[in-house]
Design a protein around this ligand. Structure first.
Ligand SMILES: [Zn+2]
Length: 135
C-alpha cells in the first residue's frame, strides 16, 4: 500500500473495484479489515503510482503477493500473476463453491502464490456464499 496516494485517488480505485478485492473478489464491507491499494507491478520492479498499475486488494492477497510479480510453475516457466487492469477474471479463474481454481497458467500461478484457498479463507468465503454475499 502506498502512503503517497491521495484519499481521492484511493476512493476512485475502490469505486472502480466496487469495493471488492480485485483478485479473490472478497467484498470489503464483509471483511474485518480495511482493504489496501496494491501495486500490480511493485515499485521495485519498475511499477508506478498510475491508476493503470493499482488495484484494490484485501489484506490477505496483498500480504501473500507482497512485491512479487510472477512465479515458476512446475515446468520451470516463469508465469506472471493475474493483472486486474488487463485480464478478465473469468478467463483465468473459476469458482467451485467458494474455492477459486486457476484455469490458465496465470490463474494457477496467482491462486498458488496468493493462497486463495487457504482453509481459513475458504471457510470464510463459504460462509459468505451461504449468506448470498459471495461472489
Ligand atoms: Zn483478496
Amino acid at each position: 500500500m502506498s502512503r503517497s496516494l491521495s484519499a481521492a485517488i484511493k476512493k476512485k480505485i475502490a469505486l472502480r473495484a466496487k469495493y471488492r478485492c480485485e483478485y479473490c473478489l472478497l467484498p470489503e464491507h464483509l471483511s474485518f479489515y480495511a482493504f489496501h491499494i496494491e501495486h500490480i507491478r511493485s515499485i521495485k520492479h519498475g511499477g508506478t503510482n498510475e491508476l493503470s498499475n493499482l488495484a484494490y486488494c484485501c489484506p490477505d492477497c496483498n500480504y501473500f503477493k507482497g512485491t512479487d510479480i510472477a512465479t515458476f510453475l512446475d515446468n520451470d516457466t516463469l508465469v506472471r500473476f493475474f493483472n486486474p487492469r488487463r485480464d478478465d477474471w473469468n478467463s483465468h479463474f473459476m469458482l467451485e463453491e467458494s474455492a477459486i481454481h486457476g484455469i490458465t497458467d496465470i490463474g494457477i500461478a496467482t491462486v498458488r502464490i496468493f493462497k486463495f484457498n487457504d482453509v481459513e479463507r475458504l471457510i470464510f468465503r463459504q460462509q459468505l456464499a451461504e449468506l448470498g454475499f459471495y461472489p
